[in-house]
Design a protein around this ligand. Sequence first.
Ligand code: CO8
Length: 258
Amino acid sequence: MTEYHNILVEQQGRVGLVTLNRPQALNALNKATMEELVSAVTAMDSDPGVGAVVITGSGKAFAAGADIKEMAAQGYMDMYAADWFRGWEDLTRLRIPTIAAVSGFALGGGCELAMMCDLIIAGDNAKFGQPEINLGVLPGMGGSQRLTRAVGKAKAMDLILTGRFIGAEEAERSGLVSRVVPAEDVVGEALKAAEVIASKSKPVAMAAKEAVNAAFETGLAQGVLFERRLFHSLFATEDQKEGMAAFTEKRQPAFKHR
Ligand code: CO8
């Protein structure tokens, strides 16, 4: 069993739960936390017993960004040579569905981490922002790209150029988060959503995730074709047979490949 110092790792049924656990630093994402989080979630990704993953914070924050104290003294060559933040990209290559359960601050790299997940469930106390401009930098882990795709140019420019925070309601209205729930229920609701996802056919859920993600990488015609080919391919699975038979027989499906 791998020992972690900056995160807590649990499994509830078929759902993996990773909790960022540096509340004294508002879960600032230092290098060690990144390495542990990526390692834990990558292990879950290849575990046949896990069908979905929830990532959450602790205390007042989901995560208040990259660790400013760790970064402050770095020079250009340090950043370039280490390709600072590159490791986070591994999270975007996971095949298993991921949910960010955000309570409190999700700022800078914290907001970017949430956006690397497939969906965000927010507590009504959540605060999202990309305040890097106040530090003399800009978002460094995809914020300028993923936030713009999530909320559009006007809102992304507003957040990135002013550094202001938005609350859960504005984040939901803008399309950044999928659901807002009372703060105390956020992990529970995320786990419930993850359980629902994990009860489906795993390869089908992975294919659905791939299809949605293709919308951000391809033109419309190419994306629709990609979707149709994936759709066709699922007719080679036992789970398609089972799902459609269960509908006809008016019963719940018992998917084999979970
Ligand atoms: N880095 C390091 N330490 C932090 C960070 C951080 N990002 N955020 C908070 N802390 C520490 C504080 O220094 C403080 O520690 P100490 O008690 O030792 O002084 C402790 O956490 C508690 O914080 P505060 O006392 O400031 O708590 P407040 O409730 O007064 O304020 C805020 C909360 C508003 C969230 C405030 O802490 C804040 O503004 N934090 C910084 C937010 C920020 O600028 N984030 C962007 C960071 S840059 C970034 O993320 C670049 C992204 C690149 C990609 C990264 C991928 C991971």
